[in-house]
Design a protein around this ligand. Structure first.
Ligand SMILES: [Zn+2]
Ligand SMILES: [Zn+2]
Length: 327
């Protein structure tokens, strides 16, 4: 099968012809129809996440159809369309798994990081971590739901019930979360790179009541802020824009260092927290909500062979919404 392969951090992906993977017990062989490109993929390529299997097929926002069932893998039928997210395996026995927090599992393994992912024609996944995809979404349209959507959804959930939600970094996750927040009757305030008029207009088109640069103050204090850009300096900026008792949630897996800031920005019971990974329950909830909320995704498709170009466009902020690879 054709795949895009990471052989060493810091190097571009290389086109490769690999043997077809075989499904083991409880696993599905999946024909990949679309795989979205996530900022986490850039962090892996750049060596900012230091523990990938190598060589690695990246990609953890996979939509495909089941072409073969491994032994005892009958949860989905041949031909069923499934999605494969970042969470690829958990131990089921550690303290976190036993307390409904499998996203923090001590032994968790992740798709496109420790398990070969979807930058390929075929992939193998543990059926317990695969999900049915709502019929109203096309393959390409659905791919960004698998990480941008569902980890974005978890990020919004952990922000609490506040009405005025600030979103810093208006990329793939933000463009989905903004629609969820609006569906829930909340107001979205979008913060982009200073001067990025295109991103601000994009946010406005998705219902943001205000859009401006991350160096600006919103017209009203925020109840909560979500940070999707990997920029530590946004943490004090978001705290400064957030009202008493508000929460700032960091939704990414990697961020540059957070600069020191005066205690008064945190004072008055403001909270800073991160979001790590997802649980299967997050995925079930979000994939049920997405069609009900009328979520639509903005995507830019690339052929699999153009994976490096898609990654470069994401890095350079050259696209609105999500890049999706199509084998
Ligand atoms: Zn565990
Ligand atoms: Zn991701």
């Amino acid at each position: 099968m054709r795949a895009q392969l990471l052989t060493q951090a810091g190097r571009p992906l290389a086109a490769a012809e690999l043997p077809e993977p075989r499904p083991g017990p409880g696993q599905l062989l999946i024909s990949v129809k679309a795989c979205a490109v996530c900022r986490t993929d850039l962090h892996i390529l750049d060596g900012e996440l230091s523990d990938p299997k190598l060589p690695l097929v990246p990609g953890h926002e996979i939509v495909g159809t089941v072409v073969e069932q491994g032994p005892d893998a009958e949860r989905f039928a041949i031909g069923d369309r499934v999605g494969v997210p970042w969470l690829g395996w958990t131990c089921g026995v550690c303290e976190y798994c036993r307390s409904g927090r499998e996203n923090l599992c001590d032994g968790a393994r992740f798709t496109g990081y420790q398990i070969d992912g979807g930058y390929a024609e075929l992939t193998v996944a543990d059926q317990r971590y695969c999900f049915a995809i709502p019929a109203s979404f096309g393959d390409v349209e659905a791919a960004p739901l698998l990480c941008a959507g569902l980890i974005g959804y978890r990020t919004l959930r952990l922000a609490g019930q506040g009405e005025r939600i600030g979103i810093y970094g208006f990329g793939a996750a933000a463009h989905i979360v903004a629609q969820v927040a609006r569906h829930q009757g909340r107001q979205v305030f979008a913060f982009t790179r200073p001067g990025d008029r295109a991103a601000q207009e994009f946010a406005g088109s998705l219902g943001a009541v205000w859009a401006g640069g991350s160096d600006e103050q919103p017209p009203e204090p925020l109840d909560a802020a979500l940070i999707f850009a990997p920029v530590g300096a946004l943490v004090p900026a978001a705290l400064a824009a957030t009202r008493k008792g508000g929460t700032v949630v960091c939704g990414g897996i990697h961020m540059s260092d957070i600069p020191s800031f005066p205690y008064r920005l945190l004072w008055e019971e403001r909270v800073v927290r991160s979001v790590a990974n997802l649980t299967r329950q997050d995925a079930e909830e979000f994939l049920a909500l997405a069609p009900a909320a009328g979520i639509s995704t903005a995507t830019v498709s690339y052929p699999l062979a153009a994976a490096n170009r898609a990654l470069a466009d994401l890095r350079n902020g050259a696209l609105q919404g999500a890049a999706v690879l199509v084998p």
